[in-house]
Design a binder for this molecule. Structure first.
Ligand code: ACO
Length: 325
């Protein structure tokens, strides 16, 4: 029997030039490099220039992914862009990317699931491809979270940064076994009871302002590990695979302590965990493809490897995706 699989053809990423270190933050607010590194693992973050928008980061990541996949942009007929920091309230940032790539066919839209955005976008594109509606997809996570931060709130401003990452997916016929390449299983969840634990206190429909990010850090931490491990167990149950079968665990890069605790609970060996949060902080929907691009570029992720993605974020939303490279 053959089935359509969404196979990853390539990936790419982009970080803005400007690096903001913990030491620079400590000179501005009551914090320290020690506190930030100990509680989060973050050493620096990248900040977009004033005239650099989310779409600009997304375009650079998309071009890198297309180059890595060695395919022509004209063969893309689906763009799903995950962001909570669009250039404008509308139109979707995805159409700006589509236009910049010279694509006038197919469909491009944004998707908003905050830090889980990339896993939600990957799942959405996978379903479009497996339905036979589209052939090649660009899945992008791109954020300028620096624009949402209250720079006087030390409990949040030290955690986040800007960046973008992208993957190219292609619908291919395969036997459909767990040994075949592509997306093996995806699992998404949300629970709005937690919506006030991590939110932005503005919006076009309420305050008519952009607003600032607000977070009950301890509450987020308390729920994160349980939610993350639940959806990963769902992925294992759906495929019959176990933590031992995983080659690379590429989690949402929010906080090293959350990542370590999740890996420990799941019995995933520390050497299988891809960690880049120290270099760019929490870049929300961009963090997974940023980490993935590093691990692909440095040769860790190889053809045939089993790669596990997970994310959790505002809403709360959370999800997992298991991919054969
Ligand atoms: N520098 C120095 N001290 C600080 C800072 C800072 N940047 N921020 C807070 N503090 C202080 C607090 O004011 C408090 O001081 P007090 O005891 O005098 O009142 C003390 O540190 C402890 O504060 P807590 O908030 O209890 O610190 P905690 O150990 O919980 O660490 C943190 C805070 C890092 C935010 C933690 O709760 C966390 O990691 N939460 C998860 C948040 C997260 O990752 N969110 C990302 C979005 S969701 C996601 O992507 C999964």
């Amino acid at each position: 029997m053959t089935a359509i699989r969404s196979v990853v053809l390539g990936c790419g990423s982009y970080l803005p030039e400007r690096v903001l270190t913990n030491a620079e933050l400590a000179a501005r607010i009551d914090t320290s490099d020690d506190w930030i590194v100990q509680r989060t693992g973050i050493r620096q973050r990248h900040i977009a220039a004033d005239d650099e928008f989310t779409s600009h980061l997304a375009i650079k990541a998309a071009l890198a992914a297309l180059a890595h996949a060695q395919i022509d942009a004209q063969t893309i007929d689906l763009i799903v862009l995950a962001t909570s920091t669009p250039d404008n309230t509308f139109p979707a940032t995805a159409v700006a990317v589509q236009h910049a790539l010279g694509i006038n066919h197919g469909v491009a839209f944004d998707l908003q699931a905050v830090c889980s955005g990339f896993v939600f976008a990957l799942t959405t594109a996978d379903n479009f491809l497996r339905a036979g509606a589209h052939k090649r997809a660009l899945v992008i996570g791109a954020e300028t979270f620096s624009r949402l931060l209250d720079w006087s709130d030390r409990g949040t401003c030290v955690l986040f940064g800007d960046g973008a990452g992208a993957v190219v997916l292609e619908a291919q016929p395969h036997a459909g076994t767990i040994a075949d390449p592509g997306m093996l299983t995806t699992h998404l969840r949300s629970d709005g009871r937690h919506k006030s634990k991590l939110f932005v206190d503005g919006g076009p429909g309420s305050t008519k302002t952009v607003g600032h990010l607000r977070m009950e850090g301890r509450e987020v931490f308390k729920h994160a590990v349980g939610m993350i491990t639940d959806v990963i167990v769902d992925a294992f149950n759906a495929t019959g695979l176990t933590a031992d079968d995983i080659n690379w665990f590429i989690p949402h890069q929010a906080n090293k302590r959350i990542i370590d605790a999740s890996a420990h609970k799941l019995h995933i060996a520390p050497q299988k965990v891809v960690l880049t949060v120290d270099q760019h902080g929490n870049t929300s929907a961009a963090s997974i493809p940023l980490a993935l691009s590093v691990a692909v570029k440095d040769g860790r992720v190889k053809k045939g490897d089993l790669v596990l993605f997970e994310a959790m974020g505002g809403g709360f939303t959370w999800g997992s995706a298991l991919v054969r490279w």
